[in-house]
Design a protein around this ligand. Structure first.
Ligand code: ADP
Length: 398
């Protein structure tokens, strides 16, 4: 079965065509600047070179048409015709309380996704546009929605409620939802597989450390807590997002600088995190790592604050679950950044684990970092959200 995995942003569309039986990526690519001057598609067939073509794309429907053109192209294509696409799997950011698992998309589902727009105003409308575009270009091909929030719907109320008046939950559904669910589910599953154990018997902490970053506590196979909240702004210090702050900071800065709360939140989303903390040095951990190695004190202090926050969450989730068996690092930083892992490793040594400096040099591969005698296993597990979406799509459409 060939599954087209689609991840739509407001002006972008990422895609992968995956042959699901062998779990092979046939081709992948990205449409950028949709609806903006200078739009382009970058297409990479498996084993081939990346080809970027500037093509006007006025909307996501144009983008989907172009994706199909590339996938079926004589030179860079990997299938003969549209009929070789058996189903489409969409990443949908917010499923609110309506979706605790992936679903086959129909009119009712579309309406329910639209009802979650308020909760993710930048993401869900783009996801809906992407689904409609695929339905137009590929009528009759089944489509599946895989939600970032779904895996965390098992959190108990004590974990998802904020200490604010209950009416905001009742009126506006203000609560913790959590994100990166597909990744937390995939990585915790894989951790159990690698250890030859049943996930139902394990307490796992997944550290998804990418540009956006979140940690989850997965107990007996279910997410019981996670660091992102109503929106992806809460929790860890991220590339450009602040993570946890005193909420009073918002009105304090708004008043001092004469800006609105919305503008402050925008700063918290786009100009904060390690970018803000390093006084604008970089949001990229490679730059920060290099600067720290060259003795830049600001970069060092930023990395220290970052690792400290990660370690504090690991500590709190250990207590929340009544212990921990596995701590897994994933995503860009978790998979590749030995420096950050080593810094976190120093804190979590008190839990009865270790990070072997030699094994810690490995990048982007599955590896157990702790030693056999440790009480807690630490490991690197590369995440694969596209593959997880393809698997869900197969499960629901086969
Ligand atoms: P997202 O998918 O959320 O945009 P990623 O998971 O790709 O983000 O993570 C991006 C982060 O991973 C960047 O800060 C980048 O510096 C870091 N990263 C990627 N590769 C490396 C590497 N080889 N060494 C150190 N950091 C890396």
């Amino acid at each position: 079965m060939n599954i087209l995995v689609i991840n739509c942003g407001s002006s972008s569309l990422k895609y992968q065509l995956i042959e699901a039986d062998k779990e092979e990526v046939l081709a992948k690519g990205l449409c950028e600047r949709i609806g903006i001057d200078g739009s382009a598609i970058t297409h990479t067939p498996a084993g081939g070179d990346k080809v970027t073509t500037e093509v006007p794309m006025k909307d996501h429907k144009d983008a989907v048409k172009l994706v199909i053109e590339k996938l079926t192209d004589e030179k860079v294509g990997v299938i003969k015709s549209l009929s070789e696409i058996d189903a489409v799997g969409h990443r949908v950011v917010h499923g609110g309380e309506k979706f605790a698992s992936s679903v086959v998309i129909n009119d009712e589902v579309m309406a329910a996704i639209a009802e979650c727009n308020d909760l993710a105003p930048l993401h869900n409308p783009a996801n809906i546009i992407g689904i409609n575009a695929c339905a137009d270009v590929m009528p009759g091909v089944p489509q599946v929605a895989v939600f970032d929030t779904a895996f965390h719907q098992t959190m108990p109320k004590k974990a998802y409620m904020y200490g604010i008046p209950y009416e905001y939950y009742e009126k506006y559904k203000v609560r913790r939802y959590g994100f990166h669910g597909t990744s937390h589910d995939f990585v915790s599953n894989r951790a159990a597989e690698i250890l030859g154990k049943d996930r139902k018997d394990l307490k796992i902490i997944v550290c998804h450390l990418g540009n956006g970053a979140s940690i989850s506590a997965v107990k007996n196979g279910q997410s019981v807590d996670t660091s992102m909240g109503l929106t992806p702004l809460e929790g860890l210090i991220m590339g450009t997002r602040s993570g946890d702050i005193d909420p009073a900071i918002i009105s304090f800065i708004a008043e001092k600088d004469g800006i609105t709360a919305d503008e402050v939140v925008n700063i918290l989303n786009k100009k904060s995190g390690v970018l803000g903390l390093s006084n604008g040095l970089s949001s990229d951990f490679r730059d920060l790592g290099n600067a720290a190695d060259e003795g830049n004190e600001m970069a060092k202090a930023t990395l220290e604050a970052y690792a400290y926050r990660v370690a504090k969450y690991i500590g709190s989730y250990t207590v929340a679950m009544g212990g921990v068996d596995v701590i897994a690092f994933t995503a860009g930083i978790g998979e590749n950044n030995a420096q950050v892992r080593a810094m976190v490793g120093e804190y979590i040594a008190c839990l009865g684990t270790s990070i072997d400096p030699e094994k810690n040099k490995i990048r982007g591969e599955e590896v157990i970092l702790s030693s056999d005698s440790d009480k807690v296993v630490t490991m690197i597990i590369p995440t694969d959200e596209e593959l997880a979406i393809a698997r869900e799509t197969v499960r629901l459409t086969k």
